[in-house]
Design a protein around this ligand. Sequence first.
Ligand SMILES: [Zn+2]
Length: 367
Amino acid sequence: MLPVYWPLLKGGSYDNNKKSYGLFYNSPLFYHSPSYAGRDRQARQASSEGLGSAQPRCSWVCERTALHTWVFPSAAPVGQKNRNIYDNKNQGGEPPTGTLVRKEGDPASGDAAVDEAYDGTGATYDLYFDIYKRNSIDDKGMPLISYVHYDVNFDNAFWDGSEMVYGDGDPDIFERFTKAIDVTGHELTHGVTQYEANLAYSNQPGALNESMSDVFGSLVKQRVLNQTADQADWIIGAGLFKPTINGVGIRSMKAPGTAYDDPLLGKDPQPAHMKDYVKTSRDNGGVHINSGIPNHAFYLAAAEIGGYAWEKAGNIWYIALRDYLRSKSNFKKAATTTISVAKELYGEGSKEQKAVQNAWKAVGVLS
Ligand SMILES: [Zn+2]
């Protein structure tokens, strides 16, 4: 049985100020919280200003992690990806260390995790650039840095404020986390959110933060598969579970709460409606749980609009995230904002605006 409440069992308390955006709540290592967020600002500064391999000023963080190599590849020109995949070789570490094993333009390495991380970050960059005219995570050509083979039996993937980190899974439950392309889209979207709405990672803003990552993660996958809203499975992390696990993925946007039900993992705890909103202090106030509600609203809006979900529903959500939502925005704010963005883009009383309105009513955020 997985120690679902691992931090409590350990007797530790986690610190909300330590930013780490894990993928999955029922993971023993979910609360892995890199405590090196201090360098993130420096990293962003260095990359977004095109300073190349600028050496950030050392802080207390550096002293703790003196072995880390500070490498900040230059920002890429508009429309050009700059992917860098590092192999952590199961060393773990905060921040992760690793050897650069594939950079932009290099041929496939033959290591599935490396090549999946490369392709997944590429597909995510392409969705944001081709559809939403966004030049990488920061819209300034930020290099996309991934660490694979992180730690031993590491059952999660996370965005640590400046890079993506993927575990290899374990013998019993999870496959390697690069296997699901929507997981890569999910992690990178945490970066986009950080640069835009910067939704606080707790309670409703945190659940919205998680939901935005699921929305755009799913859209990355749907676009790669060329699926319309009615063809897509709307499952997050399909293929991540070992075949012995009773589950289709870690979350379902179409039917929150139904993704898995297994003796090792428990049951998918996601609600699809406000009446089932889970009040909890765990999981930063249920950020991976209550995200089911805005996830389902997005699914309903996209399904009613029809066609490719990334085109209209995705655009509405993206503009809300970029221009209107802020750190303390709650579900209601997301609802009223996406409705007004739909009106802005497609007109008052348009099919799109009605679909978005109906969606938020259906999940009980609006009455
Ligand atoms: Zn997440």
